[in-house]
Write a protein that binds this ligand. Structure first.
Ligand code: PHE
Length: 459
């Protein structure tokens, strides 16, 4: 096992930035807003928030603790804590597979943001009506050549950075670009106050509306929370494995969760006022950010410059998340097979890029219509996104909470929780949530989803 070339973060802030860089990404700015739109607004946002606080945060602490204790990527971590023959290693592999799948289509969406940055530079959004801007996304979605190009470019960049290793590759980027993204979002939130649809937009996001509530609301709310927090597949476990014993895990997890949630909410506070101001569809799905934001920019003084900036930063946010996804797969290969980081990165990145071609072409007419026949109206891209974020991630989180809450010895967990933390006094509260609230909560959402709870609800 290649324990010796395992890096550590250069500073305490380095971990927080890198982990926040993993968490904050397309999940917050692309996925959360469109899921909110599709699921009817306020009540979904509330479900998301409850999932983040009651389930996401405790699971995040657990994941980071396991990584730090074992100093290994997921598969090796369970091997080290439970023995090399342990069935818990399967949970590590589930995470690796999930990371593989997510990165393969994540890269396509990241490609859209690069394409939109370029479109902004060229000035295609100037003086366009909302309909025209909306048609541009449809065209892009169906153009396989353009999607393949950006997808491969993005994967190439992620591979290049991951080869550089933790300190040089990941920390340095996050340090610069995360704050920039935050400043731009703050400005856009302030700008949204002058839009005519501001009040309606905010009411949509914050006023719980029970019309559209179903098992789907809970299922997708939970999945979106896991996706956006980077939980359930070992990304934060792997980053935790680069931590030292004197790092404060609970406090770091709190900061990461807080920042991630803030960015997700800011994204909605920008997009829905725009959508209500220009009479657009809240339910349009994955194109939402790529349609609503250009419409806003096209109407704003200085909008072109801001559009370039926005899509570039969205791309960078995607890059820091993409890095963490690949890092899980790559570090597993390094830890398990003893390959060099370079060789492992090139192979895993290459395979993910190859698999991702299917997502890159999934908006084309022939592929999408044939696939949809098989999978109930979803194209290939939608199918794997749905499976990975709504089933695999929460399932990983369920087992993670069982592992840390019920399988690891309480002493070891307590020791790891307290090590380096000023929040040691909160151990019992956290432990209770992890043992009971998290597994039961996730299990209930799954049972409700598959219809096993209907007998309770119909009476
Ligand atoms: N959290 C990232 C985002 O919001 C996506 C991600 C999911 C990254 C799972 C790592 C693991 O975009």
């Amino acid at each position: 096992m290649a324990t010796t070339d395992r890096g550590h973060f250069g500073s305490r802030l380095g971990f927080i930035l890198a982990a926040a860089g993993s968490a904050v990404g397309l999940g917050n700015i692309w996925k959360f807003p469109y899921e909110t739109g599709e699921n009817g607004g306020g009540f979904f946002v509330l479900v998301y928030l409850v999932c983040v606080v009651l389930i996401g945060f405790p699971v995040m602490v657990a994941e980071i603790l396991v990584g730090r204790r074992a100093q290994r990527s997921p598969v090796g971590a369970f091997g080290r804590l439970r023995g090399e023959e342990s069935a818990w290693r399967v949970l590590g592999w589930l995470g690796v597979i999930t990371g593989f799948i997510i990165l393969s289509y994540y890269s396509v969406v990241a490609g859209w943001s690069m394409n939109y940055a370029l479109m902004s530079v060229v000035g295609v959004f100037t003086d366009r009506a909302p309909d025209e801007i909306s048609a541009m996304f449809t065209t892009l979605y169906g153009s396989w050549g353009i999607n393949v190009f950006w997808h491969l470019l993005f994967m190439g960049m992620v591979v290049g950075i991951v080869i550089g290793g933790v300190k040089k590759g990941i920390e340095a980027w996050a340090r610069l670009l995360m704050p920039a993204l935050f400043v731009l979002l703050t400005f856009l939130v302030a700008y949204s106050f002058i839009l005519p649809g501001h009040a309606d937009g905010l009411a949509f996001v914050f006023k719980p509306n029970l019309d559209k509530v179903s098992e789907k609301t809970f299922f997708e709310g939970l999945g979106t929370a896991f996706f956006s927090l980077s939980l359930g597949m070992g990304a934060l476990l792997t980053y935790g494995s680069y931590l030292r014993k004197d790092d404060d895990v609970p406090k770091s997890a709190m900061i990461i969760t807080g920042l991630d949630t803030l960015v997700a909410f800011m994204a909605c506070m920008i997009m829905f006022p725009v959508i209500f101001s220009y009479g657009m569809e809240a339910t349009q799905g994955p194109g939402l950010v790529f349609v609503s934001m250009p419409v806003a920019f096209s109407q704003m003084p200085g909008g072109i410059a801001l559009a370039i900036f926005f899509f570039l930063l969205l791309f960078f946010a995607a890059l820091t998340s993409g890095i963490s996804l690949l890092e899980v797969v790559t570090s597993t290969v390094v830890d398990q097979l003893g390959w060099s980081r370079r060789k492992a990165t090139l192979w895993t990145g290459g395979l993910i890029a190859l698999f991702g071609l299917a997502s890159a072409i999934s908006g084309t007419e022939w592929f999408s219509s044939n696939w949809q026949v098989l999978f109930g109206g979803k194209n290939f891209f939608d199918t794997i996104d749905y499976l990975a974020s709504n089933w695999f991630l929460p399932l990983g989180g369920l087992f993670m909470s069982v592992f840390v809450g019920w399988v690891m010895p309480r002493d070891a967990v307590q020791d790891e929780f307290r090590s380096g933390s000023t929040w040691g006094g909160l151990f019992s509260v956290w432990y209770f949530f992890l043992r009971f609230v998290c597994p039961v909560g996730i299990a209930l959402v799954f049972l409700y989803k598959v219809g096993a709870l209907n007998f309770l609800l119909t009476k």
